[in-house]
Design a binder for this molecule. Structure first.
Ligand code: PLP
Length: 458
């Protein structure tokens, strides 16, 4: 018996529930969440905006927001009881959900933190101590992708460069056509490190780069790091959980962080940090030190002073929401991926451009080239066009400027060299109309001979 059958026993034209009450078949045709229930869950979204930028901030359904409110009220009702009897237990429940979802060995390997930025600080602070305490030597190297997230690059500067570390950036091609292109560039960077006599202590690898977005062959890169004797491998997977498959045993990194407020329907802000169980990593600490200092990262992270912990306590409620969908999180991922590829191809066909990577290197986000005649020729143009789309067309989409390569710019190429890409996302609340609205806005701009030069400076 499937779940539908268990819930409803059918008898000719009449349907009865388990208590033998008559129910209309029309009321419940599927055990899964309906389109109108999905609309209700996200009905608080601004109806005037085609929100195709899920990747930036995520979104939280109303039922999870209600669960969060309940946690907040529990605290406000009786703070002492909440602090002594509820908070720690609740955080452990969230950690258990994550442990199962990511196939970690033990719940001790999972800490709940505010966001990926905090997780990066935890890992890199430990690297800075290794330099200052003489376990790493000045001049030892850290490797990271050129497309690493801006804030992560700043953290590397603050903790690694400042401690005397040497930073090697791996340049990646974009548009990209295969995993091999990325693996080759990564190999070259590790070889470069060796050839200049550097011991690579840390590799920071994105699971999905932010801008431009590309799914990185993270398992293969971690394996390469192991073969080359890199001391610590940290995967910045801010966009990964709920968006691509995440399996700690398969990936094999030492540290792995993912935001849960992006693709796991949690409210802002919550993330997990996985740290492989190893005596080598027993000296990890939260950068905000409080009473639990020294009791293990997961326990330290669960009390960093008086504040609202509700967003970290609703992970089980987010999972309840996810399980209302056919196939749970895997089903959601698959449908989002198929939809975003279909919409990306629709847009690139309408504009005569291309996707930034093949579909199997995309998650629920994809890069779509803009028509070259829009004249996107700087990061500032990309920002101005984004603002224009928001304010004049009700479309919210981030834009990436790709500087043309040598030889691409000549006069005859000016009108067919794609220099701007939209990063479109698809989440359960999106409809095809969101993408048609975007397509039509760009078609109108092209028809009217618009170029970015016409936009005022910000
Ligand atoms: C790849 C990557 N790393 C880190 C972050 C930082 O996430 P947060 O601002 O939630 O800490 C982001 C945010 O989008 C990201 O895309």
């Amino acid at each position: 018996m499937d779940s539908y059958d268990q819930e409803f026993k059918e008898n000719g034209d009449t349907t009865y529930d388990n208590n033998n009450n008559h129910v209309s078949k029309k009321l419940k045709l599927s055990p899964f969440i309906s389109d109108s229930e999905i609309r209700d869950e996200f009905s608080y979204h601004d109806p005037g905006v085609a929100r195709i930028n899920h990747g930036a901030f995520g979104s939280c359904p109303a039922s999870v927001i209600a669960a969060q409110r309940e946690w907040q009220l529990r605290y406000l009702r009786q703070p002492d009881d909440f602090y002594f009897n509820q908070l720690q237990k609740g955080i452990v429940e969230s950690r258990k959900v994550v442990k199962e979802m990511i196939n970690a060995e033990s719940v001790d390997e999972v800490s709940i933190v505010d966001n990926a930025t905090t997780a990066v600080a935890i890992v890199l602070q430990q690297v800075a101590w290794a330099f200052s305490e003489g376990r790493f030597q000045k001049g030892d190297a850290a490797v990271m992708l050129h497309y690493a997230y801006g804030a992560v690059k700043k953290a590397v500067q603050a903790y690694v460069s400042r401690a005397g570390g040497h930073v090697i950036e791996v340049h990646l091609p974009f548009p990209v056509h295969s995993n091999d292109e990325i693996i080759d560039e990564f190999k070259k960077a590790l070889e470069k490190g060796k050839s200049i006599g550097k011991k690579v202590r840390l590799a920071v690898i994105d699971h999905i780069t932010s801008m431009p977005c590309v799914v990185i062959p993270v398992k293969e890169l971690v394996k390469l790091c192991r073969e080359e004797g890199v001391d610590q491998v940290f995967v910045d997977a801010a966009h990964a959980i709920g968006n691509v498959g995440v399996d700690m045993k398969q990936i094999g990194a030492d540290f792995y962080t993912s935001n849960m407020h992006k693709w796991l329907f949690c409210p802002p802000s919550s993330a997990f940090l996985y740290c492989k169980k190893s005596p080598k990593f027993s000296d990890l600490h939260h950068p905000v030190v409080s009473h639990e200092y020294g009791n293990g990262l997961a326990v330290e992270s669960a009390w960093i002073g008086t504040r609202d912990y509700s967003s970290q306590l609703v992970v089980p409620s987010a999972l309840d929401f996810i399980n209302r969908f056919e196939g749970g999180i895997d089903g959601i991922r698959k449908r989002n991926h198929e939809a975003v590829i279909r919409m990306g191809e629709m847009l690139s066909k309408a504009w005569g451009t291309h996707l930034g990577s093949p579909p199997d290197m995309c998650s629920s986000m994809v890069m779509v080239g803009f028509p070259a005649c829009l004249g996107i020729s700087s990061d500032s143009d990309a920002l101005k066009l984004r603002k224009h789309l928001r304010e004049s067309f009700g479309v919210e989409v981030p834009i990436y400027y790709r500087a043309p390569k040598e030889g691409e710019v000549g006069a005859q190429n000016k009108h067919n060299c794609v220099t701007g890409y939209a990063r479109i996302s698809h989440q359960v609340y999106n409809t095809d109309d969101d993408y048609y609205k975007f397509r039509d806005a760009i078609n109108l701009l092209v028809r009217d001979g618009f170029t970015c030069e016409m936009l005022p400076c910000n």
